[in-house]
Design a protein around this ligand. Structure first.
Ligand code: ADP
Ligand code: MG
Length: 375
């Protein structure tokens, strides 16, 4: 067994890790931390919820000095994720003089410019806003020795490839590049060949991580009473926090309204909301003052809320990658979770296909009857 103190880390960092309640490194962390400290380029592939953030975050904090310039940059696909990753870096550097700043769209740029001026060692940002700062020359990358592409598959999915390439060209070639991703589609491999130097790949297989923690079931439902079916399922379950996925923003709005009118503590999250609204919803969800978060794929990417007990695919995901990402919102950090998918008759084949692709066992269940719900 590996323990954190096996790695050549400062006492201050070990203490911070201890304060975070991490007892031992997860498999991806055990494999990545020494390699990142060694300095080579690295690709880390592991399912969501396996601790990839700390796998790069811990060695990153170890490696930056207190010198007053940006030495490392982490690119993430969404604002929420930028905030989350910066938060984790902040906890890791609790006893160090390392300043981390999240920069993302939707927040006042003036505020970010002032913070950058005061001196920051690590920037965590979304590609769009980072580009914005580069154009304004309020962020300089010429002293960056480490670049992290976090949730790289999602960044590519969201069309950030050109921004990422532009950002990379503004960095010294002499640098360490780390890429983390839950999946490894061909575009990622291409990106790696182009911008990384003989990267080592560390992959923790799906079987090792998801299978025992996330129970997967599906319900056959009819379009005309899908809402009713959903409510019966929710009522018969012991939900701590649940994320309900819809295909479209409009779908999110409509379902949010219906669930609220039926008295559920629910709120919606999608890209058309202002940053302030999104923050408010996420905070309410984290605190548990809303029980159900209704979201689109994009809005829920990478979100890490510890006690999500249920992920419900109200609309079946388009493909198996989206399925894997969605269900990865539960069963995090060793907790158990359940993923449920509502399947209409014409979607049954899609469910079978997802099952085959992910090699998961998804059991069929019947929607509870009214009597069962009343029990
Ligand atoms: P990923 O990026 O792989 O989806 P995260 O880095 O978001 O996963 O980690 C998922 C959760 O697991 C976070 O809440 C994180 O704090 C927790 N975690 C990470 N590493 C450990 C560890 N070694 N021990 C306990 N919890 C951990
Ligand atoms: Mg992550």
């Amino acid at each position: 067994m590996t323990i954190f103190s096996d790695f050549p880390l400062h006492k201050s960092i070990l203490q911070a890790i201890h304060d975070m309640g991490f007892e031992e490194p997860s498999p991806i962390q055990a494999a990545c931390i020494p390699k990142v400290l060694d300095g080579g380029d690295l690709i880390g592939q592991a399912q969501t919820g396996t601790g990839k953030t700390a796998a790069f975050g811990i060695p990153l904090v170890e490696k930056v000095s207190s010198a007053n310039r940006v030495q490392a940059i982490v690119l993430t696909p969404t604002r929420e994720l930028a905030i989350q990753v910066a938060g984790e870096l902040l906890r890791i550097s609790k006893y160090n003089k390392v300043r981390t700043l999240p920069i993302y769209g939707g927040q006042s740029i003036g505020h970010q410019i002032r913070a950058l001026r005061q001196g920051v060692q690590i920037v965590v940002g979304t590609p769009g806003r980072v580009m914005d700062h580069l154009r304004r020359k309020t962020l300089k990358l010429d002293h960056v020795h480490t670049l992290v592409l976090d949730e790289a598959d999602e960044m590519l999915d969201m069309g950030f490839i050109e921004d990422i390439e532009t950002i990379i060209t503004q960095m010294p070639e002499e640098r360490q590049t780390l890429l983390f991703s839950a999946t490894m589609p061909p575009e990622i491999k291409r990106l790696a060949t182009r911008y990384m130097k003989q990267p080592q790949t560390i992959a923790v297989s799906r079987e090792e991580v998801t299978a025992p923690l996330i129970e997967q079931v599906y319900y056959k439902v009819f379009d005309r009473n899908k809402v009713e079916s959903l409510c019966r399922i929710l009522d018969s379950e012991d939900v701590e926090l649940g994320i309900i996925f819809c295909r479209t923003k409009r779908g999110v709005d409509e379902l949010t309204e219906v669930l609220q009118s039926r008295g559920y503590l629910a709120d919606g999250l999608h890209g058309d909301l202002s940053q302030a609204q999104r923050d408010k919803v996420m905070n309410a969800f984290r605190e548990g003052s809303i029980e159900f978060l209704i979201a689109t794929d994009v809005a829920a990417r990478g979100i890490d809320v510890g006690n999500v007990s249920h992920v419900i695919n109200y609309d079946i995901p388009q493909d198996s990658e989206s399925y894997v990402h969605r269900i990865g919102r539960t069963g995090r950090a060793g907790r158990k979770g359940i993923a449920m998918t509502l399947v209409t008759p014409r979607e049954v084949r899609q469910m079978m296909f997802i099952q085959k692709q992910t090699k998961a066992q998804v059991l069929s269940r019947n929607v509870p009857s009214l009597e069962e719900v009343a029990e």
